[in-house]
Every structure is written in C-alpha cells, then in structure tokens.
Design a protein around this ligand. Structure first.
Ligand SMILES: *Cc1c(COP(=O)(O)O)cnc(C)c1O
Length: 467
C-alpha cells in the first residue's frame, strides 16, 4: 500500500543531480523552499484523496522547477505593439532611441558625476544635467527635471501657490487619466482653486475680474486670498467643439502680468515640433508657450517628446529657483538614468535628427508607401491575409480623435477573441486590434527589430487557427 512514508525526503531529493542544476540556477535557499512547498502540496493532496499514487521523483522536481520559474520570472517584459497606438500608456509610452538607451546604460553601469563638479572636485548639483539643453532648445532661463509631469504640476503648485489662489478656466479642470484630476492636485498642493468662465466659454474679462478681486483681497490684508498663479491646462485627452471661446495664451499672460501674477502652462505632451507636419492636428508646442510669455511650462518626457518618463519644468529663473528649494522637489527628483536618457533624447532635437533617431517621431513620419510595403511583406511571408487601409493614432493623452492613415495586415480567423488571447500568450506577447472576425496589425508601431518575432508568432498561431 502506498503511504506518505514512501515520499522522498528533502535530504534525499538534494542528493539528485537535477536538484544540483536547480540550485545552480536558482540558489540553494529558494530551491529548498520550492522543494518543501512541493512536498507539502503532495501530502495535502494525498491526504484529501485527490492523489492515489505518490508521484515520481522526476515529477516532484518538475513541480519544484515550475515554482522556481514562476517566482523568479519578471512580471514586466517587452511586448510587440501592433495596435497602431504610438504612445500607448498601458504599453509603456515612448520606446527610446539607441543613443538614449546607451546613455542610460552607461550611466547606470558605473559611477557618474551626477552631483559632482569635475572642475572643482566639490559637490555639484544634479539639477544642471539637461538644463543647458533645455535652455538652448526653448530659450527658457532655467529648467528642472522631475519624475513625471503629474509630479511637476504638484510641485509647481505647492511651491508657488500654497495658500494662494490659482485661477483656471472651468473648461480646463480636466482628469488626465488614472484619476489624476487638476482640482484634486490643487487641493493637495494647498492652492485655492478659482474657476472662471463657463464650461464652454471663457473670456479675457473672466480672468481679469478674478485677478482683480484677488488683488483687492490682498490690499484688504488677506494674503491667503491673493492670486498666486493663473494656470492653463491643455485639454490633451478630449476636444471642446461647438459654441466655444477661449482667449489666446499671450493675451492671458498679458492680463496676468498687468497684476504681476505669473502664468503656468501645463502643456501635457509638450511637443518640440509641429505635429501638423505629419497630417495631425497642431499640438501646442513648447516654443509657442515660451513666445506667448508663460512664466512656467510643464510637460512630459515620454509623450510626444519621445524620451524616458520625466516631468520637465522650464521657465523664469526666479520661479524655478523657488521650485527647486521646495521640499517636494527632493521627493520627486529625477534619477541619473532619466537625466542621462532625457539629455540624449533632447540632443537629437538640437542636432535636428529627431525624425531619424527618436522612435515615436519616426513612427509618425512613416509614409503610406513604407507602411504598405511592410504590411505586404508580412502577408507574403505568412502566405495569408489581406492589406487594408486603416488608421493609426497618437494616444498617450495626446491629440484626441486624431489619426494618421496607415495600411494594416488583416487576418481572418475563426474566433478573433481566442486569437487575440493566443497572441497575448505568445513570447513575446503580441498586442493587436480586432474588427468583427478579423485581426488587424498595424506596421507603424511594430519596431523593425521585432518583425522577425512577430512573424514567427503569427505563423505558429495561424497553423492552429485557420487550419
Ligand atoms: C499627460 C498629462 C499630464 C501627466 O503627465 P505624466 O507625465 O503622465 O505624469 C499632466 N497634464 C496633462 C495636460 C497631460 O496631458
């Protein structure tokens, strides 16, 4: 009769050669842990009658190995983005340029002069890195890099408007995504929100009376009601259409400056180039905000800029100096890899090579002919599918409703849902779109070096699915 006494002990299993291989791969403590857990599982199942026979030693070690692989496999890994959404927030936004990756790699591998002045041999400041590049590119007096644009806004408001009024158009009280809402951020920063205008219409006179009221409050010795800032937030993820009106930034700036109130412009994406060049709507550029006279401009590093995750704050030196000194600045500071990567990405703009080097800009600039060529090459390689015209989008909370024409490879399959699921289970996972019973793959967002893996994955799945 089979009894649990016949189950091999941990010590016995440790004598086996394949256990030695597991120890070499996963380390002794973890392997021991996995063996104990596997044996416990077998005992439990045996006692409850789910297991009639004791499993072989080989089976025990296979189970042990599955535990070890599951525990040590990273949950975060590359995927192939065939959705045609260029800045897919769920898929990690901007893929980086080679020079950016090299810069991040070399600064991470060893020590760096992150906060060390090579001239004097004394302590330096991490805040200088990328600052000169941003000054040169935008003409701003000063710059500060933080963790992301959400933290940039929180920091700016906390440093410049704590216990003061921030005047903002009602139409700009937006939720950016993931529950990040401008009114909540204001509350968190200690700023007092003053909404002006209506949902669809805001006039210069709305700003003017709000500022004027705050100024009179200040004269009445109630500094907590003084106007700290006028803020403009870009409506990056929705459109306001129809009976609408909104003053130009330069006119808002002029009005605010009459009363010595600075203007903060949250650009969201903050392109350094004109997206209209690629057949998209014009996304407000950083240079335009500078020209309009905004005192502080905030934007993301990993949206249309195409760099690593970062929040970029540029503007007047007196204000940036104040922001740099705020305690939150330390809490949201950028790390060395981000600073190195962002500098490399910005250098592409300085050298006028963004279209050639920065993947998101390159994806936007692909011609229909190039896209058709790639989709056709995929079809020919697979010996299956049709070429369809379709649309790619920018995504990432940029340019809502805007799309660029593309060519798609369309695959008719038995069950689109099942096929999509199988694509997600591929190694590396392939993320695609469906339309009725078709799988749609957009060459625009598939990196050239991933094409081989994409085609191998598709071939394997098509064998089972079309059959
Ligand atoms: C995306 C966005 C943010 C947040 O930027 P992150 O870099 O994602 O933190 C803030 N404001 C606007 C208008 C945005 O579009």
């Amino acid at each position: 009769m089979t009894t649990l006494r016949n189950l091999p002990s941990v010590e016995q299993l440790l004598q086996i050669e394949s256990t030695a291989h597991l120890i070499a791969r996963f380390g002794r403590p973890l392997t021991l842990d996995a063996i104990r857990i596997t044996l416990d599982e077998i005992r439990t199942r045996f006692k409850s009658g789910l297991l009639v026979e004791l499993p072989s030693t080989e089976f025990i070690l296979t189970q042990t190995e599955s535990h070890l692989t599951a525990w040590t496999n990273s949950t975060l890994h590359p995927v192939i983005n065939a959705t045609g959404v260029i800045l897919h927030t769920n898929l990690g936004r901007a893929p980086l340029s080679d020079a950016t990756i090299r810069a991040m790699d070399s600064v991470s591998r060893g020590y760096s002069n992150l906060e060390f002045d090579l001239e004097t041999g004394k302590r330096g400041s991490r805040l200088i890195h990328a600052e000169a590049l941003l000054q040169k590119l935008t003409g701003a007096e000063s710059a500060l890099i933080v963790n992301n644009n959400a933290s940039a806004i929180l920091l700016v408001l906390s440093a410049l408007a704590n216990k003061k009024r921030v005047i903002i158009a009602r139409s700009q009280l937006v939720e950016i995504g993931g529950g990040f809402r401008i009114p909540d951020v204001m509350k968190q920063s200690g700023a007092k929100l003053v909404e002006v205008g209506t949902t669809n219409k805001i006039r210069l006179s709305d700003y003017e009376s709000a500022i004027q009221e705050s100024v009179s409050n200040k004269l009445l010795k109630s500094p907590s009601s003084a106007a700290g800032l006028v803020m403009r937030a870009h409506r990056s993820n929705f459109k306001l259409v129809g009976f609408t009106e909104e003053p130009e930034l330069k006119d808002i700036v002029e009005t605010a400056h009459k009363f010595d109130v600075p203007v903060v412009d949250d650009l969201g994406s903050g392109a350094l180039y004109d997206t209209a060049k690629y057949g998209l709507a014009h996304e407000p550029t950083v240079q335009e905000s500078m020209q309009a006279g905004a005192d502080i401009i905030c934007f993301s590093g990993d949206k249309l800029l195409g760099g690593p995750q970062a929040g970029i704050i540029i503007g007047k030196k007196v204000l940036i100096d104040k922001i740099k000194k705020h305690p939150l600045a330390r809490a949201v500071r950028a790390d060395k890899a981000c600073l190195a990567g962002l500098s490399a990405t910005l250098t592409h703009y300085l050298k006028d090579e963004a279209e050639r080097e920065i993947p998101v800009v390159k994806m936007m600039s692909l011609t229909l002919k190039q896209l058709q060529g790639r989709a056709e090459a995929w079809r020919d390689e697979l010996g299956y599918g049709e070429i369809e015209s379709g649309l790619s989008t920018v995504g990432g909370g940029s340019l809502p409703d805007e799309s660029i024409p593309t060519f798609l490879l369309s695959l008719k399959v038995k069950s689109a849902e099942k096929f999509l699921k199988a694509l997600r289970k591929n190694n590396p996972p392939i993320i695609a779109r469906t339309e009725q019973d078709k799988i749609l793959l957009d060459p625009r967002t598939v990196l050239p070096e991933q094409e081989g893996a994409l085609l191998v994955g598709l071939k394997n799945l098509l064998k089972d699915s079309v059959g």
